[in-house]
Design a protein around this ligand. Structure first.
Ligand code: KG4
Ligand code: ZN
Length: 363
């Protein structure tokens, strides 16, 4: 088969990204992946401001595209198509990406393929490792938390997900409550390494339920209470108190994710997959304690554990270009009526989760 080369665009949250990915035979290669983050822009507001994010995407998208094409040594004319995140996400940003992609596709006479952002994350292990369907996927980031069985490029079964906050959000709020820098995940992890995870007894929400749903908002409240309890008793927090709070919180998140992963694996293994695998995506997958626990659960269940490189776990456009190639190979083409969708659950048979997180839709 000839090579298929796609440009991908991503702008559904607070990262403006463009990438060029090529599939030759059964070998996929990322020719260039450019990500322009907006962390500094939103820092003073303590969360992503959708209107500011959208404006920044409009300003940066064409620059990112230019840079990606440049780094890849590719011209628009060398492409076979353009893929773009068409949702779910913050609508202004998604619209900015979709408009940019439509303009490029129309101008260069190229096919346009709309991609579900979550499908981009979920198909990444096929880009990095050529993983065969069906595999189990855990998306854990600041905006997402769900277990999915990936059965095909457009065939996902959602086993469960968070009913409130995403774990990354809980890490970020924990950091805020303890005066640690954002993003909270890495700073809480660093503190936790110096702490005693057993000193504070944090809850393991929803572990008494046999399903694969998760909840993290109670954990955040428990942390606040524990912090206030210590402060009331001694008038402030010592460095050790803070480390112990972080360790206790992280241990609770790791326990819950590992416990629910075990349940999700049991349901997945009932399909008798030929090459059983659990893959993770999302910023929280960078956490060594969480990763270690998931690895351990996989080892116990005889399942391969896959964690793509961090740059491909967090938001990027290579995953969008790749998902575009996968859809394109199946004959998918979108027209100029491609809509930007704030909500777009991957599994159409399961009711979407309610609520919208700090970092966008949780569908
Ligand atoms: O996937 P991502 O870059 O963006 C989206 O949320 O879409 O994930 C960012 C989230 C943040 O909430 C951040 O605190 C969390 O991932 N995170 C971590 C770690 N590194 C990043 N959480 C726990 N431990 C980490 N080492
Ligand atoms: Zn994402």
């Amino acid at each position: 088969m000839n090579a298929i080369t796609f440009l991908g665009l991503e702008s559904s949250c607070d990262d403006t990204a463009a990438a060029v990915v090529r599939l030759r035979g059964d070998r996929a290669e990322i020719l260039a992946s450019v990500v322009a983050g907006q962390t500094a822009l939103h820092a003073v507001f303590g969360g992503v401001v959708p209107e500011l994010a959208a404006r920044a995407h409009v300003e940066k998208l064409d620059l990112c595209v230019e840079e990606a094409l440049d780094r890849a040594g590719t011209a628009l004319a060398d492409l076979d198509g353009i893929a773009v995140t068409a949702g779910p996400g913050l609508i202004g940003g998604v619209m900015a990406g979709v408009m940019c992609a439509k303009g490029l596709a129309a101008g260069a006479g190229l096919p346009l393929v709309g991609v579900n952002h979550l499908a981009g994350h979920a198909l990444t292990p096929r880009l990095t490792d050529g993983l065969a369907f069906p595999y189990l996927m855990l998306l854990v980031s600041g905006g997402h938390c769900q277990f999915l069985i990936a059965r095909g490029v457009e065939d996902f079964t959602r086993l469960g997900g968070t009913i409130d906050d995403a774990p990354g959000e809980a890490f970020d709020k924990t950091a805020k409550l303890l005066g640690l820098p954002q993003p909270g995940g890495p700073s809480v992890e660093a503190e936790a390494a110096k702490g005693d995870p057993a000193r504070f007894a944090f809850p393991r929400p929803l572990m008494d339920r046999a399903d694969c749903d998760l909840s993290f908002s109670g954990l955040k409240t428990a942390l606040l209470r524990a912090r206030d309890g210590v402060m009331a008793g001694q008038g402030g927090l010592t460095v050790q108190d803070r480390a112990d709070l972080c360790a206790g919180f992280q241990a609770a998140v790791a326990d819950v994710l590992a416990g629910k992963a075990r349940r999700a694996l049991a349901r997945y293994m009932a399909l008798s997959p030929a090459e059983p695998a659990l893959a993770v995506a999302g910023g929280v997958a960078a956490n060594r304690t969480i990763r270690g626990r998931l690895e351990q659960v996989c080892a116990e269940c005889g399942v391969r554990f896959l964690a793509p490189p961090l740059a491909l776990c967090t938001d990027n456009a290579a995953m969008i270009a790749w998902a575009g190639i996968e859809r394109f190979r199946l004959g998918a083409r979108d027209g100029m009526d491609l809509a930007a969708r704030p909500r777009w659950p991957l599994d159409r048979t399961t009711a979407p989760m309610l609520g919208s997180g700090r970092k966008g839709a949780k569908a």
